[in-house]
Design a protein around this ligand. Sequence first.
Ligand code: PEP
Length: 256
Amino acid sequence: MDKQNRKAIIAGNWKMNKTATEAAALIDELIPAVKDATCEVVICVPFTDLTTAVAKCKGTNIHVGAENVHFEKSGAFTGEISADMLVDLGVEYVVIGHSERRQYFAETDKTVNKRSRAALAAGLKPIICVGESLTQREQGVTEELVRMQTKIALNGVTAEELKNVVIAYEPIWAIGTGKTATAEQAQEVCAAIRKVVGELYGEEAAKGLTVQYGGSMNPKNAEELLSKPDVDGGLIGGASLKAEQFAVIVDAATKG
Ligand code: PEP
C-alpha cells in the first residue's frame, strides 16, 4: 500500500561510458522507448555528457543526473565539480558514494555525508549508495553495515531535505558481476534501510523514502526485484547503456 505513495525511480548509471556524441545517439533511442513510463526515469551520465543530456531531455520525461559532486562550494579543488555548477547546467540528480568511488577514489562515509549535504543545500536530489562486500555479507554484518552507512550519510540532513533523498542499496558483489541479489535479499536490506530512516526521521518520513536496488538488474530479473514491497526502483549500470534493455526495466517498475 505504502509503495503506491512513493515515487518509483529507475535511474541509469552510465559510469565512464559514452562520449557526448554517443550520449546524444543513446538518448535519441531512449526518448521514445520510455515516453509512457509511469515511474520517474533518470539518466546519470559523465560530466562531459551533461550539457548534451540536459538539452536532449528538455521537454521529455527523462531527468538528468551526474555521477558525483564535490562538497565544497568553490575554490582550489582542481578537477572537481560543485553542486552549483550542476544546478546551473539543469542537472537534477546526483549519484553519491557509489561503491566504485568508495573502492577506487577513497570515498568514505564521511565524504558521502559531506557530498550529500552539499548536493541537498544546492537543490540537487542525491542518490546515496550503500551496500556490503561479499566478505561482509558472509560475515553476517550486512544489516549493521548498511544501517551505519545510511546513518552517517544522513547526518545533519533535515527532515525537509530528506524528501529529496533517494537511497540505493547496491551490494558490491552484485555490481557489474552478473550476480544479482535475490528478490528476498534485496527486500530484506531495502526494508532495513527504511527502518533506520524511520528511527531517525519517523515512520511517515520513512514511508515516503524511495529505496532502490542496484546490482546487475536486467530485463529478466527486474520485475521480480521491483515487485518487492520495499524496493521502489533501481539503479542500473550495464543495462542502462542499451535503450531497449533500460526500457524493459522502466516498464517493470511501472508494473511493480
Ligand atoms: C551500478 O553501477 O550502480 C550498477 C548497479 O551496475 P550494474 O547494473 O552493471 O551491476
